[in-house]
Each structure stands twice: as C-alpha cells, then as structure tokens.
Design a protein around this ligand. Structure first.
Ligand SMILES: [Zn+2]
Length: 177
C-alpha cells in the first residue's frame, strides 16, 4: 500500500499519529484544508499533541487527539478547536472544500456541494433517471402480496419479471446499476 501520497501539509498530521494507530487520514481531499488549519491551531495550543484517529463518520469529521501522550492531560481550548473543525466539516464539501450539506447516498452520509451532489446522484444526466422511473411502475402489482404471484404468471412472461421484481424489492440498489 502506498500511504505517503498526502500533500506535505497533511504529512504533518500523519507524523502526529500515536504509536499503534494506523498512519492514515480517512477523509477525502475536500477536508484537507480544514485539517491543515486545525493542525496549525492545535500545534500552537499543544506543541506535542498526539493524534489517534482522523476519519469521516456519518458525514462529519471525527478527530481523536490528546494534548500530549499523557492520557490524563486535558485542555479545554484544545478540545474546542477540534469541535469547531468537526462542525465546520459538516458544511464543507468532502470532494472540493466549498460550502456543502450532508446527503445520504446509497446509505452513506456525505457532505457535498450542489455540483458534487449532482454528480454523485447522476441528477444532471437525464438518461440515468429513466430506469428508476420504470422500476417505480412495478409496485402497483404488489410483489409482497401473497396471493398475487399466481396472477402474474398468467399475465406476464415470468422470465422478464423475475429480475424486475428483485430490483423493485431493493430500492436502495437502484442507483448502483
Ligand atoms: Zn464539491
């Protein structure tokens, strides 16, 4: 694995990672600038601060760090700087860093600006919206109704229906096809 592909500014955070923790920052590049600012801020408050984990969780930055390698060390200003960056992250596009909002896409919470939201959902590509619209036409046949299947076999060619049915029962997968 090549893990040293971070920009030099971000490498400073990697160098803070405490022994025993993986030297990775599990966030997308849109949050790098806010992390670089956070690192600079924390370094002035606690020059020897230690990072345990930095990741994206439910569309928010999760930054676990301590002012020093002494577990009993506690610093309000240090913790508040982290909280502020975490709040900032929920309004910062993870892809490009401009103002954004949280969205749930394929069961995953992401913070995206309008442009990257449209790209992630294919909203701008009208051809892509065709297929889900056809899937929506299926539910009136009530696939979950126990007595219905017998009727379908008579009305519809069974081969054509099996795939469509499975699709209809799992709406969360429609965006993946
Ligand atoms: Zn963006």
């Amino acid at each position: 694995m090549e893990q040293s592909e971070y920009p030099p500014d971000m490498q400073r955070l990697i160098d803070r990672v405490a022994p025993g923790w993986p030297p990775i920052l599990d966030v997308s590049p849109g949050w790098y600038p806010l992390l670089v600012r956070l690192d600079a801020h924390l370094s002035t408050i606690a020059p020897g601060y230690v990072l345990q984990q930095c990741k994206s969780k439910f569309g928010s930055l999760s930054f676990y760090a301590s002012p020093s390698d002494d577990a009993s060390d506690y610093n309000d200003e240090f913790n508040e700087a982290i909280r502020a960056a975490e709040w900032e992250s929920i309004e910062t596009c993870e892809v490009c860093g401009v103002p954004g909002a949280q969205y749930v896409i394929n069961l995953w919470v992401s913070v995206l600006c309008p442009e990257h939201h449209d790209r992630a959902t294919g909203t701008t590509d009208r051809a892509d919206t065709k297929e889900p619209a056809e899937d929506l036409a299926i539910p009136p046949r009530s696939p979950w109704h126990p007595r219905q299947p017998r009727v379908w076999e008579d009305v519809c060619p069974i081969d054509a229906d099996v795939g469509a049915l499975q699709h209809a029962q799992m709406p969360s997968t429609t965006g993946l096809a």
